[in-house]
Ligand binder design. Sequence first.
Ligand SMILES: *Cc1c(COP(=O)(O)O)cnc(C)c1O
Length: 399
Amino acid sequence: MSITPLMPVYPRCGVRPVRGEHCHLIGEDGTRYLDFASGIAVNLLGHSHEGLIGAIQKQAATLMHVSNLYGSPQGEELAQWLVDKTFGDTVFFTNSGAEAVECAIKTARAFHQNAGDAGDKGRFEIITFHNAFHGRTMATISASNQEKMHHGFSPLLAGFKYAPFDDLEAAKALIGPQTAGILVEPIQGEGGIRPASQEFMAGLRALCDEHGLMLILDEVQCGVARTGKLYAYEHYGITPDILATAKGIGGGFPLGACIATEHAARGMTFGTHGSTYGGNPLAMAAGMAVMQAVANDDFLGEVADKGERLRARLEQFIGNYPELFELVRGKGLMLGIKMKMESRPFYVHLRDNHQLLTVAAGDNTIRIIPPLVIGDAEMDEFFDKLSAGAASFKVPEAA
Ligand SMILES: *Cc1c(COP(=O)(O)O)cnc(C)c1O
């Protein structure tokens, strides 16, 4: 037998973490890494955060799981918190980002198809954008135009049309009598930390209003305080109809949510959707601990402030290596360095030779997505490692 016990869908690297301490990971062999990847924008509070550990331990010892057949005081508390702090009126809890996006897609379709005479039953298409990432389920790979995720999985789910990102006219041209909604990441994550422009986001909102479409935001990566606002839509002065959130919301515990307005959720009636684990008491305890830590003006202000300082230093830094780096982009502590070449080799070099963890992304970008609790010491260590990494980097021969 040559297949590995872990299904070999990830090309796993030699970093083998066994312990986390605040903003560092410690490998099996004792190597210490500075973690500016945060489990891909998940560990907002870093590793071994006492409040989060305490909340999970306490809930685990009290009640971990019951089914959604019963009333949920724990779910009501977190849902109310999200309703109070966002555009939304109602929340469905999931265990992952892809499930949150699935629920968002179902909510948009049901808005048109499950509202009696009020709906337009012929509407099912969702417009999405080039290089988007929405997850790995059949619906969410179908929602992306990235062929590398489609290969081997035909047939895809019907009903998605793709426009270039940040191109309002192209999105407008795809709207037809079957269009149900528009799904977009306000800041593309996997696509290379590419923030949508103000005109684009405001324009999508206006198009949805004009045509009776659902504006669905995928904030799985950019949401939950990452950009210095609780959700990134707040930067744009617009609100969505439906929003998918996950990654950071559990601080490392698997949790996601689909948040919707009352109007948008009109098709999501009894029996239309469900999840066995979704919103179980243990997940709710983790979510509440994260929300209590991050959903306040002091914390959000600090993230914005740290993001500005990190960005300013990055911009100064890349000026020293004009042959390597093109620009810095992003918001808050969701930053990307666009390189003048493929970014993966530099990401590997930082990881293997300088014990600095970042994440490679599309469009030649290195993602800088540290825990939101970094301080000056971690920022200084980051620049020490990054500078050493840039100085010692040998650009691979073009293949
Ligand atoms: C990670 C991600 C997802 C998928 O989340 P999973 O928890 O891996 O299912 C969806 N959308 C965006 C924008 C993401 O970054």
